[in-house]
Design a protein around this ligand. Structure first.
Ligand code: FES
Length: 161
């Protein structure tokens, strides 16, 4: 009900909101709504696509049927594990040229990217790889080996179980 001059206001009519209060409330609700939508927008932002990489140190069981001197590369790893009469050892299969994954062969390793060839002990047979493949630290025990891809050892280092 509108108040017209000369007519008394009903006690049931709401108090009129002064213009200054109305603008203040409008500003408050505009800001609150903006913050709400900004927060919702941040919650919907895409998550990081980078997954944590697996630990460089892992335990693995070497297949019983692995012939001496033949490489076993655990799935998802960059280390070839070997077993022979002197013990167990591991060689990195990351090429020292530009980091491709080399393929174990009966005579050693071959890099599919630029043709480097490595001997069975990781020594460079043919470049362009400038360095031999790294020997990786291995600890043996309990029928499994613990490989630490972050630690290198001197070439020829083997452990016995
Ligand atoms: S990355 Fe292996 S030879 Fe280039």
């Amino acid at each position: 009900m509108t108040v017209t001059p000369g007519h008394p206001r009903s006690r049931l009519d709401p108090e009129p909101v002064p213009r200054r209060d109305f603008l203040g409330l409008l500003s408050f609700w505009t800001m609150a709504t903006t913050l709400l939508f900004a927060t919702l927008g941040m919650l919907r932002m895409p998550r990081a696509a980078v997954l944590p990489s697996p630990s460089k140190k892992f335990r693995v069981a070497i297949p019983e049927a692995l012939p001496p001197g033949e490489a076993y590369v655990p799935p998802g790893r960059t280390t070839a594990i070997f077993r022979d009469a002197q013990g167990t050892y591991a060689i990195s299969i990351v090429c020292t040229h530009l980091g491709c994954i080399v393929k174990p062969t009966p005579d050693g390793f071959e890099c599919p990217c630029h043709g480097s060839v490595f001997a069975r002990d990781g020594a460079v047979v043919r470049g362009p790889a400038p360095q031999p493949l790294s020997w990786i630290k291995v600890e043996a025990g309990g029928g499994t080996v613990v490989v630490d891809e972050a630690a290198t050892v001197a070439a020829g280092t083997k452990v016995t179980a």
